[in-house]
Design a binder for this molecule. Structure first.
Ligand code: PLP
Length: 378
C-alpha cells in the first residue's frame, strides 16, 4: 500500500510564485498603473531581451495572442489554416474567430507535434497559415520546408503557449523568425495571472497588433487628454495586458532561470521514477532543449488508471481530448489515427514546481498500483 498523497500531488498543475509578485503588484496599484502602462512596456522590453528579438507585443491572453497574430498576418474568411487536432481548444477557437476554416492534421506520435511532412501533405491552394503547436514545450522545426511555405504564401504562426523558454536548436522559441504566440496564463511556464505575448516578424506587424489591442483607437491616453474626441482608425478589441498582470510577469521573469532548472529537473526525476514501470511510455519532450510544460505518459486502460489515481487523490489530467472530435468543430472532422490513438492513451501526471522528489516517487508508485488494477478491470 502506498502512503496517502501529499497535497501537491493532488494538483495536476499549479502556478509557482517566488514571493516577489505580490510586492510588484502592490507597487503598480500604488502608482495607479492598472491598465496598459509603462509597466506593460517594460515587460515587453524584458521579454524581447530575454528571447533576443527586436520586439514583443503584450496582449491579454494566449488566445488573444493567436487571434491578433492571425489578424495581423491577414488570415480571414476564405482561408484555410492547418492546425493539429491535438491542442487546447483555444488554438482552434482563435482560428475560427478570424472567419477562416480549420484543416486538422495528425501528429507524430513520438513528439505529439506536427512535422514538416504532415504539414506539407495538408497544404492546398486555400491554405493561408499553419499553426504548429509546441506541445509540452517542445519546439517544432519547420525550417526545412520554410522556403516552400513562403512560395505558397503560407504563414507559420507558432502556438508556443507551452514553450516559453524552450529552444529550437541554439535559439529560444520566438527567436527563429516565425510569428510566435505565448500564453502567460496561470499554469504556463511563466505566468502573469492572465496574459500573452506575440513576437512579431516585422515592425508593421507589431504596429498592427498594438492598434488592435487598444480597440483601434489611434491616440494614446495622454494625447487624448487635450482633445474632445478620439480617432478610431482600425478594427480592434480590448486586448491589452494590464500593468497589474505585467508586474507579475516581470517578477516571474526575474526568477526564470530557477523555473527552467526546476522544471527540467522534475521531468528528469519522473523519467527515472517511471523507468521500472512496464507498459508506461513517457512522452519524450527533448528535455535538453525544452522547458517542460507537461509530464505525459501513454498507457493501456487509461480511463481505469485515471479513475483509480483520482480516487487516490492524485491530480492526473488529459491533455487533450482531440479537437476534431469536439461537437463545436464537427464541420472539420476527419480521420486522424495517431491523434485518436493518443486521445485514449495519454495521461498527464501532476507537473508543477511545488512537487518534491517524494511526491514524484509517490505518483510513480501509485501509477504502478493503478496499472495492475486497471489490467484486472474490464
Ligand atoms: C493555454 C493555451 C492557449 C491559450 O492561452 P490562454 O492564455 O489560456 O488564452 C493556447 N494554446 C495552448 C496549446 C495552450 O495550452
Amino acid at each position: 500500500m502506498t502512503n496517502p498523497p501529499k497535497p501537491d500531488a493532488r494538483r495536476n498543475a499549479s502556478p509557482y510564485l517566488y514571493g516577489q509578485e505580490a510586492a510588484a503588484v502592490a507597487r503598480v496599484l500604488e502608482a495607479g498603473q492598472y491598465g496598459h502602462s509603462s509597466v506593460t512596456e517594460e515587460f515587453e522590453h524584458r521579454i524581447a531581451d530575454f528571447l533576443g528579438v527586436p520586439d514583443a507585443v503584450a496582449v491579454a491572453s494566449g488566445t488573444a495572442a493567436l487571434h491578433a497574430a492571425l489578424l495581423a498576418a491577414g488570415v480571414g474568411p476564405g482561408n484555410e489554416v492547418i492546425v493539429p487536432s491535438m491542442t487546447f481548444c483555444a488554438t482552434v477557437q482563435a482560428i475560427l474567430a478570424v472567419g477562416a476554416t480549420v484543416r486538422f492534421v495528425d501528429i507524430d506520435p513520438a513528439t505529439m507535434c506536427v512535422n514538416d511532412r504532415l504539414v506539407m501533405e495538408a497544404v492546398s491552394d486555400t491554405t493561408a497559415a499553419v499553426v504548429p503547436v509546441l506541445f509540452g514545450g517542445r519546439a517544432v522545426d519547420l525550417t526545412p520546408v520554410q522556403g516552400e511555405l513562403d512560395e505558397r504564401g503560407v504563414v507559420v504562426i507558432e502556438d508556443a503557449a507551452h514553450a516559453f523558454g524552450s529552444r529550437n536548436g541554439a535559439r529560444r522559441v520566438g527567436a527563429t523568425g516565425a510569428l510566435t504566440c505565448f500564453s502567460f496564463g496561470p499554469i504556463k511556464n511563466l505566468t502573469c495571472g492572465q496574459g500573452g505575448m506575440v513576437i512579431p516578424r516585422t515592425p508593421a506587424e507589431a504596429d498592427t497588433i498594438r492598434r488592435l489591442r487598444l480597440l483601434g483607437v489611434a491616440q494614446s491616453q495622454s494625447e487624448r487628454a487635450n482633445t474632445t474626441t478620439y480617432r478610431v482608425d482600425s478594427f480592434g478589441l480590448r486586448y491589452q495586458l494590464s500593468g497589474i498582470n505585467a508586474a507579475i510577469g516581470l517578477a516571474q521573469l526575474d526568477r526564470f532561470a530557477t523555473t527552467e532548472d526546476t522544471r527540467r529537473s522534475l521531468w528528469r526525476t519522473y523519467r527515472e521514477a517511471l523507468a521500472p514501470l512496464d507498459g508506461v511510455t513517457l512522452v519524450d519532450v527533448d528535455v535538453d532543449h525544452t522547458v517542460p510544460h507537461l509530464c505525459q505518459v501513454r498507457l493501456p486502460h487509461r480511463d481505469q488508471v485515471f479513475a483509480e489515481l483520482r480516487a487516490r487523490g492524485i491530480g492526473v489530467g488529459v491533455h487533450y481530448p482531440p479537437n476534431h472530435l469536439q461537437p463545436a468543430f464537427a464541420a472539420w472532422r476527419r480521420t486522424l489515427p495517431a491523434t485518436e490513438q493518443a486521445g485514449v492513451e495519454i495521461l498527464s501526471l501532476p507537473f508543477h514546481q511545488h512537487l518534491t522528489e517524494t511526491d514524484i516517487e509517490h505518483v510513480a508508485s501509485a501509477l504502478g498500483t493503478a496499472l495492475h488494477i486497471g489490467q484486472r478491470l474490464p
